[in-house]
Design a protein around this ligand. Structure first.
Ligand SMILES: NC(=O)C1=CN([C@@H]2O[C@H](COP(=O)(O)OP(=O)(O)OC[C@H]3O[C@@H](n4cnc5c(N)ncnc54)[C@H](OP(=O)(O)O)[C@@H]3O)[C@@H](O)[C@H]2O)C=CC1
Ligand SMILES: O=C(CO)COP(=O)(O)O
Length: 320
């Protein structure tokens, strides 16, 4: 089946490079100048410098041509996905769509699959998520990902269509679990970065990561997720990667907050809006997500790290 990747950022480019090993791939970038530059120089200088693009990867800014492929992977940031799907529904509806982003829409609270389904009601939608840095995927390093699709048959087809010798895909029908694991681990990465950035130590980071995982499970199970999904690549796996590596933008954003340093506002940091969306959802559902709420407070500048940590430590003592 032919594949196109929509979104010429770091992840879209890396996926296009990896999938080119299997057959023809088209990479769509919205800016014609970027598409021309990448097509001519065979590198994505802005988002993935130093990685050579395969000669047989087609790069275009023509969405009509790209959307002709059988499988469309959408690597557009979560907060842009709804508008993109709405504006381009004529190209996307009725197709097989694989969302490749992580997060919850700030306005609707929906994840990527739900957002795509809202705007493209006849599309068949799946989610590709899990622990993976774009640079690792582009270099062909071994990576395990989760392919989540409510339609088990389509999920199995996509698993086989998108796996490569280095990219090992596990499948699940638990879209809610995979969605919330991937979304909330970014919130915890901000919390862990802030903890380390403020000099609060690695022991504190381990507590935040572990209690953050408890929050991820609490919200996901409430929304109908299966516990094993949270323990898998899309949940625990991605949590560990993102909370411990300075390659993560969410973690680095947290580091900057902890150090009281500026952070490049153009950088994609999915956990910021997701913290706010998840804190609102928790309030509506009447559940306690203290770390998520603290991160929302940091993002909204209502709290500094010392206040956030005080709020966490001064809570009533309880069973684990
Ligand atoms: N980078 C990584 O290592 C990984 C990223 N992801 C996920 O992938 C998703 C995308 O992240 P990533 O590629 O890293 O982000 P980047 O910041 O590297 O790139 C974002 C891309 O999205 C494009 N874009 C933004 N808004 C729109 C829009 N309205 N319509 C079309 N294209 C748009 C940008 O185009 P333009 O340049 O024109 O603004 C750019 O090409 C995120 O959800 C992230 O969590 C998942 C795993 C790994
Ligand atoms: O999702 C990722 C790793 O799995 C990428 O993390 P960042 O978006 O924090 O860079």
């Amino acid at each position: 089946m032919s594949v196109a990747v929509l979104g010429g950022g770091a992840f879209g480019t890396a996926l296009a490079v990896a999938l080119s090993q299997r057959g023809p791939v088209t990479l769509w970038c919205r800016a014609p100048a970027q598409a021309d530059d990448m097509a001519n120089r065979r590198v994505n200088e802005r988002y993935l410098p130093g990685c050579t693009l395969p000669a047989d990867l087609t790069i275009t800014a023509d969405l009509t041509a790209a959307a002709d492929a059988k499988i469309l992977l959408l690597a557009v940031p979560m907060q842009q996905l709804g508008r993109f799907a709405r504006d381009e529904a004529s190209h996307l509806d009725g197709k097989i769509l694989v969302a490749c982003c992580k997060g919850m829409d700030l306005r609707s609270g929906a994840g990527p699959v739900e957002t795509l389904a809202q705007h493209c009601p006849t599309a068949r939608v799946a989610l590709l998520t899990g622990p993976s840095f774009a640079r690792d995927i582009a270099r062909g390093l071994p990576t395990g990902l989760t392919l989540a699709c409510a339609d088990a048959g389509l999920g199995e087809t996509l698993q086989h269509q998108l796996a490569t010798p280095a990219l090992r895909l596990y499948r699940t029908t638990d879209v809610i679990g995979a969605t919330l694991g991937g979304a909330l681990k970014n919130v915890m990465a901000i919390a862990c970065g802030a903890t380390i950035g403020a000099g609060l130590g690695e022991s504190a980071r381990a507590s935040i990561l572990t209690r953050g995982f408890a929050e991820m499970q609490r919200l996901a199970l409430l929304k109908g997720a299966v516990p094993q999904t949270l323990a898998g690549l899309s949940g625990f796996g991605d949590l560990v990667l993102t909370c411990t590596s300075e390659q993560s933008r969410n973690y680095r954003f947290g580091l900057a907050i902890g150090r009281d340093e500026a952070f490049d506002a153009s950088m994609t940091v999915e956990g910021a809006a997701t913290a706010q969306a998840a804190a609102r959802l928790a309030q509506r559902e009447g559940i306690d997500l203290p770390i998520t709420s603290a991160v929302a407070g940091l993002v909204e500048k209502r709290l500094d790290v010392a206040q956030a940590m005080d709020a966490l430590l001064s809570r009533t003592l309880k069973e684990e």
